[in-house]
Design a protein around this ligand. Structure first.
Ligand code: IMP
Length: 497
């Protein structure tokens, strides 16, 4: 039934994209899984093992980071595109789980020969905080250092795992500018980091030279051997098939974390917008017939550092989420409620209700109210079609606040060719971290609906309080809410055409 509905909903399209319009974690996994039924090919084009989605195999939950989740569907082709940071260790681990748990009944994997190659040194530098990203709160998956190498023209690609001499030559060159940095650290710290299982549990450490080059080469040659049948020109494959096959582009991270569109430095190092995603699989943006931009509603979350104007509990929340674990939070605050007068506590209760703890890092996600200036900003690049996710989470909230504009509260500041002054009103989110950090949200309050909505199948049957908020968002942001997700299950999905 659900599959029929999806096929009808998507029948006009050849290529679609599902991506997040916020700071990640908007529930892409559910839609990738749903739309995979429609697709022949699922392709990722940005990010790397910093992404995290929970997948369910035969009733057991697994957290996948790198491989497209369309692999769960046995007749589908899954592509890791040229824009992805490919970490062969993670790919191997995820494939092993798939093989074991599905009895080898999973989709076909293709890896772009020109995908960027993650090296142990990238992860080491990320974990040493040695790539200029201090204070950003990265996921420690090597993303920043790897993309830095790409733009510095010293990076390696997946294809290099198939050519020993090239790999060796490029890797030695790649290490040249890293050795002085690595040598400036206490060897004990480096050894400890390299002992992590993500880094081969110590096999890459060398007492004399810090990095055991020979061992890295050997291991990567083994990976090359392992993946050689999957590595190919996936850009060409997608271009050749774009008119005849149904293609689903799977976004990673979120628009607001884009290296190009996010507020630096609190961003990731790829461009998760529709532009970056299409380029990252070898297509043009105009090849994508429909882009679905996911917005968690009517609250939102952020992992890691950076300005978050509507954060419940403001700075107190951001410090708490930086320092505490899920367990510590739940032990200290077992009885918080989503109607707590104290927004910090209310934020914790909403986080608990929405299971907002990082899939990759386990960190509590900072929680805030839905922010329309940010939706307007994402729309400029990702387009007007919006999917509202997790709408069921706030079911017990008596009052919902929606931020419709900001009042600037900083010093006089040049921004975008104008001088901003205290008291100025902004309706479009700025992509400047200073300005965004000085934006105070202006809210419109709505009444909650106080009932479970998970079984509702038609838009008309949603509580009038929810429809009022949705229509407010559509008018205020000039967007179309095309899907409303009212629960985690496939059938908890309302399609509007
Ligand atoms: P990096 O991508 O590991 O370099 O991390 C840069 C910033 O992006 C940090 O604030 C991370 O928490 C954030 N980030 C990266 N990937 C994700 C994601 O998939 N969801 C949410 N935040 C992410």
């Amino acid at each position: 039934m659900e599959v029929k509905k999806i096929n009808t909903f998507l029948e006009k399209y050849n290529t679609i994209a599902v991506l997040c319009n916020q700071w990640g974690d908007t529930g892409k996994g559910k839609f990738i899984d749903l739309f995979s039924h429609w697709a022949d090919i699922v392709a990722r084009g940005t990010g790397g093992a910093n992404a995290g989605h929970t997948i369910n195999i035969a009733g057991k939950e697994f957290c996948f980071h790198l491989l497209p989740s369309g692999l769960l569907h046995k007749n589908k082709i899954n592509i890791v595109g040229n824009g992805v940071a490919f970490d062969p260790r993670v790919a191997k681990e995820e494939l092993e789980i798939l093989k074991k748990e599905t009895n080898n009944e999973f989709g076909k994997l293709m890896i772009a020969y020109n995908a960027k190659l993650m090296l142990p040194t990238h992860i080491l530098l990320d974990r040493l905080n040695a790539s200029g990203a201090k204070g950003v709160g990265t996921t420690g998956r090597g993303i920043g250092p790897m993309y830095q190498d790409h733009t510095a023209r010293t990076g390696l690609i997946v294809n290099d795992m198939l050519n020993k001499e090239t790999f060796e030559r490029k890797f030695i060159r790649n290490l040249e500018n890293k050795m002085p940095i690595l040598k400036s650290y206490d060897k004990k710290i480096i050894k400890e980091i390299l002992n992590h299982e993500h880094l081969g549990s110590g096999i890459y450490y060398d007492e004399e030279n810090i990095i055991n080059i020979k061992r890295v080469v050997e291991e990567y040659m083994k990976y090359g051997e392992m993946f050689k049948h999957q590595i190919s020109d996936t850009d060409k494959f997608l271009r050749d098939n774009k008119k005849t096959k149904k293609i689903l582009l799977e976004g990673a991270q979120g628009f607001l974390l884009s290296i190009d569109y996010g507020a630096q430095p609190f961003v990731t190092c790829s461009d998760p917008s529709i532009e970056g995603l299409s380029k990252g699989v070898g297509l043009k943006e105009e090849d994508v017939d429909k882009t679905f931009g996911l917005e968690k509603a009517f609250y939102m979350t952020r992992v890691g550092e950076g300005p978050f104007p509507t954060e419940m509990g403001g700075e107190k929340s951001s410090i708490w989420c930086r320092e505490k674990t899920k367990h510590e939070e739940q032990t200290k605050y077992p009885n918080v409620t989503v109607n707590d007068e104290d927004e910090f506590l209310q934020g914790i209760a909403i986080r608990k209700e929405g299971f907002e703890y990082g899939a990759t890092t386990g960190r509590p996600r900072r929680t805030g109210w839905l922010d329309l200036p940010l939706i307007r900003y994402a729309k400029i690049i990702n387009g007007k079609d919006i999917v509202l996710t997790k709408v069921d989470v706030l079911k017990d909230c008596n009052k919902i606040k929606i931020c419709y504009s900001y009042t600037y509260d900083g010093d006089e500041y040049f921004y975008g060719g104008k001088i901003l002054k205290k008291g100025d009103i902004l309706t479009l989110a700025p992509n400047d971290q200073y300005v965004l950090s000085k934006c105070k949200p202006n809210y419109k309050e709505f009444k909650g609906w106080n009932k479970d909505i998970r079984n509702i199948k038609e838009y008309e049957n949603l509580p009038k309080e929810i429809k009022e908020i949705i229509e407010y968002i559509e008018i205020e942001c000039d967007v179309n809410v095309v899907i409303v997700s009212v629960g985690p299950k496939r059938e908890d999905t309302i399609y509007r055409s």
